[in-house]
Write a protein that binds this ligand. Structure first.
Ligand code: PEP
Ligand code: MN
Length: 353
């Protein structure tokens, strides 16, 4: 891939590169007040959504093109670079006309190759920076496909944003991080800078600091964080926005480790193990919960806890899949037996309660 830096003179390439600003541009006053707050804390890149993709109709869908003028004023008055989300050819054309420095492509758009191709065609012949969010669904190839479409249009200044993935199940996060997906993306495309969006992963402002630290420990290049001058009054995503002061406090507390030393590479790999183990834990937890639900069903329908045929099926099926994945069948057997034993124990508790 033919790539170049997404940054500009005056914006240091030091980790973390921070992009900050409100979820949505709401009024000229809110935009300017937030931007000035951020600029006074030394932040250099301002984000604000002016076309907002909403899950359902009837919500605030952004101020539209009028907001581009506000972003131009932010540039003029604070010297910050500005970025906004584009989803159609028209958005791209208008953003380019108003001197937006960086465009980002939202998670719902990345999931749609037709939309990405339309954006790529509209970008062709320009040299603008583009950040591509992961698609809402955990599909690495779709994410890489979007990067390739944009790059094939001649865009070299490309970065990616990890904003987590939709899930019905997860309660802690608004969007499950599934860290292994961006980690694999980085392994496959090491030259592309990667940003973490802890605001949309967490969905709650209390989670922004720890997710940001986790991203730094995994050697991400930057962070894109929602910041609003008055978060509780925000017209969209108010639970996850923080004031410029709080943002500055969080960024200053981050521990940034230099990953060029070998021991630091080891630390990074260990962080990846930690993240993977956390995922393993939540999957096991989910499995136990389903087991207890089965226990409840068996209790109500007077069925025995242990059904050997089913247990055999599980064991043989999973051991075969493990072989296909190149894992040891003996190991898989020991693991499944331990999991099954605990499932039975949990079901017994339910049945006897
Ligand atoms: C946003 O950044 O405000 C946004 C809409 O994000 P996403 O595309 O990640 O949902
Ligand atoms: Mn948002």
């Amino acid at each position: 891939m033919n790539l170049a830096s997404i940054l500009f003179p005056g914006v240091e390439e030091k980790r973390p590169i921070v992009i900050a600003g409100p979820c949505s541009a709401e009024t000229e006053e809110q935009v300017m007040k937030t931007a000035k707050g951020l600029a006074s804390k030394g932040f250099k890149i301002f984000r604000a959504g002016i076309w907002k993709p909403r899950t359902k109709p009837g919500g605030f869908e952004g101020v539209g093109s009028e907001g581009l003028r506000w972003l131009e004023n932010v540039k003029k008055e604070t010297g910050m670079r500005v970025t906004t989300e584009v989803a159609t050819q028209k958005h791209v054309e208008e953003a380019l006309k108003h001197g937006i420095d960086i465009l980002w492509i939202g998670a719902r758009t990345t999931a749609n190759p037709f939309a990405i191709q339309e954006i790529a065609d509209a970008l062709s012949g320009t040299d603008i920076s583009v950040l591509i969010k992961n698609p809402v669904n955990p599909d690495l190839e779709l994410w890489i496909g979007a990067i390739e479409r944009i790059n094939n249009a001649g865009i070299r200044r490309i970065g990616v944003i990890h904003r987590g993935f939709t899930s019905y199940d997860e309660k802690i996060y608004r969007n499950v991080p599934q860290w292994h997906i961006p980690i694999e993306l980085k392994r496959r495309l090491p030259e592309i800078p990667i940003f973490c969006d802890p605001s949309h992963i967490g969905g709650r402002r209390e989670l922004v600091a720890s997710l940001s630290q986790q991203a730094m420990d995994l050697n991400y290049d930057g962070l894109i964080i929602e910041s609003h001058c008055d978060p509780d009054q925000a017209w969209s995503d108010k639970n996850q926005q923080i004031t410029p002061d709080v943002l500055s406090y969080i960024i200053n507390l981050l521990v940034i480790r230099d990953s060029t030393q070998t021991t630091e590479n080891l630390t990074e790999l260990r962080k990846q193990i930690d993240a993977t183990d956390n995922e393993l834990l939540s999957i096991l937890n989910k499995r136990m919960r389903i087991s207890r639900e089965i226990g409840q069903y068996k209790k109500e329908h007077n069925l025995p806890v242990l059904q050997t045929v089913r247990y055999d099926e599980i064991l043989t099926g999973r051991i075969n899949s493990a072989k296909h994945l190149g894992m040891s069948p003996e190991f898989m057997k020991i693991l499944l037996e331990a999991i099954h034993e605990e499932s039975i124990r949990q079901q017994m508790i339910v049945i006897n309660s």
